[in-house]
Design a protein around this ligand. Structure first.
Ligand SMILES: C[S@@+](CC[C@H](N)C(=O)[O-])C[C@H]1O[C@@H](n2cnc3c(N)ncnc32)[C@H](O)[C@@H]1O
Length: 280
């Protein structure tokens, strides 16, 4: 690869934008219409820099023609996904889970299966486990497991480590901080780690919601699939919802992000509250 790589921003040409955006949408589902051109351009700068690649034309050759292309696709996907997440995101969902969904579910069974589909760096599935613990403490003992999946390799690695900055738990109540987080001793770099009693009930694995055979034998009672459908076109949204609903038990609950709607996407889902659905 050419060594003469300047530090300036590399511009993406029409042909390369089309090639990469079509490929990304077909592989990952993420829509990249022309308006997202500068976003793609800026997110992939670090990939060109990392490989010392002089421009997007050579980058496309590298991705699509070279033997290292397969590995690079994984890194490219990592670079283009938006992994923004936080503890206590859309807290009304957790309240509904504890006050409505769980009392109903545990009246019929004592083993609850949860899935955080597109879990990013783990805040969402750990939060789900914390609210399960709260429910158990105040109601009755039930067994539970949270499966958490995402396409982003680096997000899953962070989730598995379960280590976060102090600032990441600003929105968490003092009570939860005490019950579910361990503080590091380092004064220079204060961090927290999720306590083992929560970690032991949450497991992570890679799943591409668009492409992969989900290869899940479980049927879930509670599924959070929040803030990922917005990146997909209608057809992919339909496909993903259908496949997720097929993995759910009847009477199970599906939670989407507040800006996402199921309008017309699946018949056997009944709206319980905005962005909360029950499989009938
Ligand atoms: C904005 S985050 C949402 C995280 C969390 N659900 C929340 O609401 O806070 C979107 C996540 O979707 C993941 N993602 C994007 N496309 C995906 C796909 N095709 N399959 C699985 N995960 C995907 C990204 O890697 C990212 O972690």
């Amino acid at each position: 690869m050419a060594n003469n790589v300047g530090s300036s921003l590399k511009k993406i040409g029409d042909k390369e934008f089309k090639l990469l955006s079509n490929y990304i949408e077909s592989e990952v589902g993420i829509k990249l219409p022309p308006i997202k051109r500068s976003l793609l351009e800026s997110r992939l700068q670090k990939r060109l820099k990392f490989h010392n690649i002089p421009d997007f034309s050579h980058y496309c050759d590298f991705v699509f023609e070279s033997p290292q292309g397969v590995q690079e696709v994984i890194e490219m996907i990592d670079a283009i996904t938006t992994n923004k997440t936080e503890f206590m995101r859309e807290p009304g969902h957790f309240e509904f889970m504890v006050k409505v969904a769980l009392p109903e579910l545990v009246s019929k069974k004592n083993d609850i299966k949860l899935w955080s589909a597109a879990c990013s760096s783990g805040q969402e599935p750990y939060n789900m486990a914390m609210f399960m613990e709260e429910f158990i403490e105040k109601n009755k003992p039930v067994r539970y497991r949270v499966d958490a999946t995402d396409i982003s390799k680096s997000s899953l690695a962070k989730a598995q480590k379960a280590v976060y900055n102090m600032a990441d738990i600003d929105m968490v109540s003092l009570d939860f901080k005490k019950k579910y987080f361990l503080k590091s001793k380092s004064k220079d770099n204060p961090e927290v780690r999720i306590k083992p009693n929560i970690r032991k009930n949450v497991s992570f694995k890679p799943i591409n919601l668009i492409k992969d055979n989900y290869d899940i034998s479980e049927r879930y009672d509670i599924v959070f699939c929040r803030n990922v459908l917005i990146y997909f076109n209608k057809e992919n949204q339909y496909k993903v919802i259908s496949r997720i609903v097929d993995q759910m038990n009847y009477g199970g609950y599906l939670f989407l992000g507040h800006s996402e709607s199921l309008a017309g996407l699946r018949e056997n889902l009944v709206t319980k509250e905005a962005s909360i659905y029950r499989k009938e």
